[in-house]
Design a protein around this ligand. Structure first.
Ligand code: ADP
Length: 453
């Protein structure tokens, strides 16, 4: 700040005796008002000024007080109040007696201006105050010169007014705070009530869910028990039936044997019927037993590395005998290499034989084909035929026990083959799915993990 080319001060005055403190304070407020500081700021700067004036009077016996309007680079103005002490400050330092003083202004510094020590207080003029032109500044000076300094009593009265106004404001603020506090408490009570209600509702819902789960557990236990009794019943009945049916077949064979007494033609025909019926019955009993065993959960796959090529060769050989229709070709494609997967060879063989057998049973023209393909970590076995196809709404039903599609495809059989096949595939860790449409053939896909279940 040294060497700065400052315009003449707005006002200058001497501080020498106690009474001057009042004058300085009063004029300080007037200057602050004239440059556009708000009322609060006028009081602040006047208060700070009277405190610093009192300090300097006590410390060094007085000061020259001057007021300046200082424009800064950003276009804003500051009111500077400079107090140049009449004698050097002890240690060239100054600390206001009251610590609160420096909070009343933007800055309170000890500076050297043109070689003299000055205590400077500064306060920013609000941006909305009209920009002071040189003419306006000259007017300020005149106005300030004209305003006759009042007495200490006047200043005391003004100070009292300000105190009352400040107290009033404090009271209003306190009242507003009380209202706010009340509103906050009200809101808090609301939030707590809402929270309690939500907690209650949540607990209620939880109780409901727990009860529902308990009921579900109970129902699934009942279902499990029912399913177990069904499997046990099927197993027992079929086991008990197997011996008498086998006996009937044996007796039929004896009766028809050439070494036995000759039968009349009609007797031979009837014995033939008995034998074929008994064979059908044995087939059904065996399928029931298989299914019951698979469902009982006691069937353990015999896991091993299986080479698909011999398995496919075997299927080709045994099923050729069943492919008796002249217009139907059975194609078992060679599996791609490496044709190995970890599974139970016997169970996989049963599943594929079952699906191929169905295809041959229901297809009247075209072909029945088995193809194996290796995906990322799964083998897919596709059994497709050019048979009558199955309506989409029956795709799941045909996997139910004893279900057979009504109509032309009801050619013997038990309706147990597909449910059994699906059980086995599940045991092997895979899935059995069907895609088919009436008139467009059927495609059954068995998908198995290469590494076993
Ligand atoms: P089954 O063959 O002993 O009747 P399944 O469980 O193997 O018993 O099949 C159930 C029913 O699904 C069959 O009766 C038949 O109606 C239908 N079905 C199965 N496979 C085919 C197929 N490849 N084409 C058309 N219909 C089929």
């Amino acid at each position: 700040m040294t060497g700065e080319l400052a315009p003449p001060p707005l006002l200058q005055m001497a501080l020498r005796v106690e009474h001057d403190i009042f004058l300085v304070r009063q004029r300080g407020r007037e200057v602050a008002a004239a440059v556009g500081l708000e009322h609060q700021d006028q009081v602040r700067i006047a208060t700070a000024l009277s405190e610093v004036a009192r300090d300097l009077l006590r410390l060094v016996g007085g000061a020259e007080v001057s007021f300046h309007l200082h424009g800064s680079a950003d276009g804003r103005h500051h009111l500077h109040v400079d107090l140049a002490p009449v004698a050097p400050l002890p240690d060239e330092r100054y600390e206001p007696q009251s610590g609160a003083v420096s909070r009343l202004v933007d800055s309170l510094l000890v500076l050297t201006v043109k070689g003299d020590t000055v205590v400077r207080m500064s306060r920013r003029v609000p941006a909305n105050a009209p920009a002071p032109t040189p003419e306006r500044l000259a007017e300020f000076r005149d106005e300030l010169d004209r305003a006759a300094p009042g007495s200490a009593l006047d200043e005391l009265a003004a100070q009292n007014q300000q105190l009352i106004a400040a107290l009033d404001e404090v009271r209003t603020q306190r009242d507003e705070l009380a209202v706010l506090n009340e509103e906050l408490a009200e809101t808090n009570r609301g939030v707590v009530a809402l929270y309690n209600q939500l907690t209650e509702e949540l607990e209620e819902t939880n109780r409901g869910v727990v009860a529902l789960y308990a009921e579900l557990d109970e129902k699934s236990a009942q279902l499990r028990a029912a399913s177990e009794s069904k499997s046990r019943f099927l197993a027992n009945v079929s086991h008990e039936l197997r011996a008498p049916v086998t006996a009937i077949m044996g007796l039929g064979r004896l009766l028809a044997d050439a070494a036995s007494d000759p039968l009349t033609g009609e007797q031979a025909r009837q014995v033939g019927l008995i034998r074929s019926s008994a064979a059908d019955l044995l087939g059904l009993v065996n399928e029931l037993l298989d299914l019951a065993k698979a469902e009982s959960g006691r069937m353990e796959p015999d896991w091993a590395e299986v080479d698909l090529r011999p398995l496919f060769g075997q299927l080709r050989g045994t099923l050729r005998a069943l492919a008796t229709r002249p217009g139907v070709e059975l194609v078992v494609e060679e599996p791609p290499v490496p044709a190995v997967l970890r599974t139970d060879e016997v169970l996989l063989g049963q599943v594929l034989r079952n699906l191929l057998h169905n295809g041959l049973k229901f297809t009247e023209r075209g072909e029945v084909r088995l193809r194996a393909q290796l995906g990322d970590d799964r083998w897919t076995f596709v059994v497709s035929d050019t048979g009558p196809g199955i309506a989409p709404e029956l795709h799941e039903r045909i996997f139910e026990e004893f279900y057979q599609v009504p109509g032309a495809t009801r050619v013997g059989g038990t309706g147990l083959g597909l449910p059994y096949a699906r059980r086995l595939v599940t045991l092997l860790g895979g899935t059995l799915e069907l895609t088919s449409e009436p008139g467009r053939g059927s495609t059954f896909c068995v998908s198995l993990p290469t590494g076993g279940a």
